[in-house]
Design a protein around this ligand. Structure first.
Ligand code: PLP
Length: 396
């Protein structure tokens, strides 16, 4: 049999982690990696964080799973905490980012349906977006590599140029339900939307009774230096999808909504067997215990500025490889002059983990609690690798 037992959908690298400690991962033979990828913006407290580990251990010994047919003290408590911390009035818990976006899409459609406007079912989405791998979430992007071979896709999405308010406005019609957008595109290459664009979308929604749906699966949960990225744009969404960092590595996602936006999500309209299980709720609480305070968030902003300026200082020494830095907080991207994937693969052989993204960007997504020494080590490893790296002929 040629096929591997693990369905071969990932181009898996030779890195094979078996243990983690803080900002480091260790491979099967003890190889050490500085992890500035964090499971793609997931392990925001690093690996083996004592508070998160204990919360999961204690809850695992108490109660792992019960059905959503029963009352959920654990779910109510975490939902209340998120409601208190954000724009939202209500929360649906999921197990992943794509599921959180699915719930967000359904909530937006159901809002209009509940108002007797079922024809308003189309979300305007944006080029190079990444919302996940389910049928709805691949239908919501124009990225051919995600969609290839999966037709027929779901109707109800219109894709226009990212960060182009005129294009978004021009795409509106009687079927428009709202906009689905990442305030900072992640997989698309760490591209923050402009404040004018985000505020413009909010205004269009206010003027036309549309839903502003934010996908903060990657950029949310303290990564940009505020609990959610939209806070830095001075706007609030109607609906927001969160995941990745929210569980600190434990599978957890959430769809947050205002009371108005969730008006169609009544009993029987949505569900999930595992969503909101007590173990995930314990992980979510432990993450918020650490990140949801001004001191931690200020530290993320300071560390982000420090890392960014260290990268900016290093870049001129390797300007054959690197073009510049972009991003917010500790969601940074280094734009490269050659294939970022090949370079990220090379970095792995040098004990450094980063992540490639679209537009030839190397994503730098460290745990949010890294210290000065980690930044120094990162820059040393990166500079040494850049000095010795030979751009493959095909990737130049
Ligand atoms: N939305 C964004 C912005 C993402 O970056 C991702 C994952 O990378 C997703 C949604 C999908 O999340 P998941 O892989 O947990 O389904």
């Amino acid at each position: 049999m040629a096929i591997t037992p693990l369905m071969p959908v990932y181009p898996r690298s030779p890195v094979r982690p078996v243990r983690g400690e803080g900002a480091y991962l260790f491979g099967e033979s003890g190889e050490k990696y500085l992890d500035f990828a964090s499971g793609i913006a997931v392990n925001l407290l690093g690996h083996g964080h004592p508070h998160l580990t204990k919360a999961i251990q204690d809850q695992a010994a108490t109660l792992i799973h019960v059905s959503n047919l029963y009352g959920s003290p654990q779910g109510e408590a975490l939902a209340q905490r998120l409601v208190d911390l954000t724009f939202a009035d209500t929360v649906f818990f999921t197990n992943s980012g794509a599921e959180a976006v699915e719930c967000a899409i359904k909530t937006a459609r159901r809002y209009h349906h509940a108002k007797g406007n079922a024809h308003k079912h189309e979300l305007i989405t944006f080029t190079n977006a990444f919302h996940g791998r389910t049928m709805a979430t691949i239908s919501a992007t124009n990225q051919e590599k995600l969609r290839d071979g999966f037709a027929p896709l779901l109707p109800g999405f219109a894709v226009v140029e990212f960060d182009n308010l005129d294009a978004a406005k021009a795409a509106m019609n009687e079927h428009t339900a709202g906009f689905l957008v990442e305030p900072v595109q992640g997989e698309g290459g760490i591209r923050p939307a402009s404040p004018e664009f985000m505020r413009g979308l909010r205004q269009l929604c206010d003027d036309n009774d549309l839903m502003l749906v934010l996908d903060e699966v990657q950029c949310g949960m303290a990564r940009t230096g505020t609990l959610f990225a939209h806070e830095q744009y001075g706007i609030v969404p109607d609906i927001l999808a969160s995941a990745k960092g929210i569980g600190g590595g434990f599978p957890l996602g959430a769809c947050l909504a205002t009371e108005k936006a969730a008006s169609g999500m009544v009993v029987g309209t949505h569900g999930s067997t595992y969503g909101g299980n007590p173990l995930a709720m314990a992980a979510g609480q432990a993450v918020l215990d650490v990140v949801a305070n001004d001191e931690f968030l200020a530290q993320v902003r300071t560390t982000g500025e420090r890392l960014r300026s260290a990268l900016e200082q290093m870049i001129p020494n390797h300007d054959h490889l690197f073009e510049g830095v972009r991003g917010m907080g500790l969601m940074l991207g280094v734009k490269m002059k050659s294939d970022s994937r090949a370079f990220v693969n090379y970095l792995r052989t040098r004990g450094l983990l980063a992540v490639a993204a679209g537009d030839n960007v190397m994503r730098v997504l460290p745990p949010l609690n890294i210290e000065e020494a980690h930044i120094r080590e990162f820059i040393e490893l990166l500079s040494a690798a850049a000095a010795e790296y030979e751009v493959p002929a095909a990737a130049a």
